[in-house]
Design a protein around this ligand. Structure first.
Ligand SMILES: [Mn+2]
Length: 226
């Protein structure tokens, strides 16, 4: 029986990905997926990208890959690029091969495996993944907090009355596995599991391994930041 293996935000933490994957020891038929933000911030973004491509690991799009892609798209025009890169992002862009760019451009917004849906950020209950506006597409990459009426809040707009999207998500787009918002431990909600455990911030890298693609049947694998 093949397993579904889902990795949390890697952010260029190649050594941790390598040892986490060794611990899991994926077999030929297993499916490996990342929740996005595989690059930026950490030390080894390009090496991580090479490893992911070489091992046929899939990933949904993260906001950090989205930024790089939007930057590259703007570079095709003669106008000044409106997207500003930091030094780390600039060095990634300078070292991207055509193969890397193709991989980044083909990262899907979401992946579905039976009842399991993988996205980077999160969803609002009105959203239908098969019929999204451009605006909703961008929100899904960045979703964290909503106001009391369920409206999207941008980073920094949240206050004591805000709610984390996963805590009011009703499950209508499947059981969601997501990253983006890091916490010390995996974050369990009724219809969602957050698996960004902040490796790049010195905490740990997490993967979930599902047997039979059953939402109740999984094991947690983790390695600490080296
Ligand atoms: Mn993110």
């Amino acid at each position: 029986m093949n397993k579904l293996i889902i990795y949390g935000d890697i952010h260029g933490c190649y050594d941790e990905l390598f040892s986490l994957r060794n611990k899991i020891n994926p077999q030929e038929d297993d499916i490996e997926v990342c929740v996005g933000d595989i690059i930026t911030k950490g030390k080894h973004s390009i090496k991580t990208l090479d490893f992911i491509i070489a091992n046929n690991i899939k990933s949904v799009l993260g906001n950090h890959e989205d930024k790089i892609i939007r930057y590259l798209n703007h570079q095709k025009s003669n106008k000044k690029n409106p997207i500003q890169l930091d030094n780390d992002e600039q060095s990634i862009v300078d070292n991207l091969s055509q193969k890397h760019i193709e991989f980044l451009q083909n990262m899907p917004l979401f992946l579905r495996f039976g009842e399991i849906t993988v996205v980077h950020g999160g969803l609002q209950n009105y959203m239908n993944l098969d019929d999204l506006s451009k605006k909703d597409y961008q929100k899904i990459l960045r979703m964290r907090y909503l106001d009391q009426n369920g409206n999207y809040l941008t980073l920094g707009q949240e206050d004591d009355n805000s709610v984390f999207w996963a805590d009011i998500y009703d499950g209508n787009q499947g059981f969601i596995i997501y990253g983006h918002q890091w916490s010390q431990e995996i974050r369990k909600s009724k219809f969602a599991l957050g698996i960004d455990t902040g490796c790049v911030y010195g905490n740990k890298l997490t993967a979930l391994v599902f047997e039979n693609v059953d939402i109740w049947d999984y094991n947690i694998y983790q390695v600490s930041k080296v």
